[in-house]
Design a protein around this ligand. Structure first.
Ligand code: NDP
Length: 315
């Protein structure tokens, strides 16, 4: 019975389509195709471990909410296949794509140019097609900045940043470009911490210092913004950042890059000290907002993305 119903519907659709087609001149048909009725603009993500990347849920929700005729596809790409994958994306007219681990640096060799912060960082997480060129941008730090700016203007502020890996580097460069007054990078291993501080000083002329992380760090009272840019706390709600919580003061804003769990121990402790706390979900959502804005020209409603992300993470 179901089969017969489906056949009838299909036949009706074919008759309808044939009639509609006959009413259209060839040029009209071509034009409606060109307008994208049956052809989406394509974007997506190239990474390893693509199956665990929830960005697709946010971006597709943004497209649906804003009536954008675009699709976002997660693509599993090995380092050996990256060059072919980028050539394929060019050939298929992709309007851009995210680059996640392990391609953030390697992809640069396959692109036509870099945006300002991506050039300083030497890492790309978002590729944007501008004309015929594929340009590498970095939206991780921009996402963080957007999230932070909803609570405090970083211009002229003193910042303590824990960590010197990819996320911390992106945040440090974006805060440097945003005109912070001073940054203290606190990191366990000396080499990456020193390297980040040298980059901030030499390239962005930021007043930056490095502190080797040994024992509980005392946050100076003159600090305005405290950021966990390490992976401490990821999937571990009780993991403790080696930090003297008593040194956190009410006037400080405390932010975490960790988005799972959303309320990390650091954020709970900071709220307990009366600080304003910013979770890592805001960074994740806003980097997607910036990426969609770069690709489509429309900066989507962040609450739509956040709701979609929360639903995807609960599922
Ligand atoms: P990296 O591996 O590049 O860097 C990890 C950093 O954490 C390093 O500075 C490392 O220090 C430090 N670290 C790790 N474990 C410890 C520890 N036990 N004690 C002291 N320091 C430690 O990772 P990423 O920078 O790419 O990512 C960091 C976190 O940020 C991840 O959890 C990731 O999920 C999150 N993230 C969140 C985003 C968001 O949108 N919210 C976006 C991107 C990342 P050392 O140099 O000494 O090893």
């Amino acid at each position: 019975m179901l089969h017969n119903d489906n056949t009838t519907v299909l036949k009706q659709a074919i008759v309808f389509w044939s009639a509609a087609k006959s009413r259209l001149k060839d040029t009209d048909l071509q034009q409606s195709m060109n307008e994208g009725k049956f052809l989406h603009h394509l974007v997506g993500s190239m990474s390893q471990g693509a199956a665990g990347n929830p960005t697709v849920a946010m971006v597709e929700a943004a497209f649906a909410h804003h009536g954008l005729h675009w699709r976002y596809v997660n693509m599993e790409v090995t380092p050996d296949d990256l060059g072919d994958a980028v050539r394929g994306a060019r050939a298929m007219g992709f309007r851009g794509f995210h680059c996640s681990m392990p391609h953030k640096v390697a992809v640069i060799g396959h692109l036509d140019g870099l945006g300002e912060s991506a050039a300083v960082m030497g890492a790309v997480n978002c590729v944007v097609r501008r004309g015929e060129n594929l340009i590498g941008e970095n939206t991780d730090g921009k996402g963080f900045l957007k999230s932070l700016e909803s609570v405090i203007d970083p211009k002229g502020k003193s910042v303590v940043l824990f960590g010197a890996g990819g996320a911390a580097r992106a945040i440090a460069v974006e805060l440097g470009l945003a005109g912070i007054n001073r940054m203290t990078v606190v990191n366990r291993s000396e080499s990456s911490g020193q390297e980040l501080v040298s980059l901030l000083r030499a390239t962005l002329k930021v007043d930056a210092e490095f502190v080797v992380w040994r024992g509980d760090y005392q946050v100076p009272a003159t600090t305005h913004i405290v950021i966990n840019g390490t992976s401490i706390g990821l999937f571990s709600p009780e993991a403790r950042l080696p930090l003297d919580i008593g040194s956190l003061q009410q006037h400080m804003v405390v932010a975490d890059v960790i988005f799972n769990p959303v309320r990390t121990r650091l954020l709970r402790d900071a709220a307990g000290r009366g600080c304003r706390a910013i979770d890592g979900l805001g960074m994740l959502v806003n980097q997607a907002v910036v990426g969609v804005g770069y690709w489509t020209g429309i900066y989507p409603d962040a609450t739509v993305l956040r709701t979609a992300l929360e639903l995807a993470m609960e599922a």
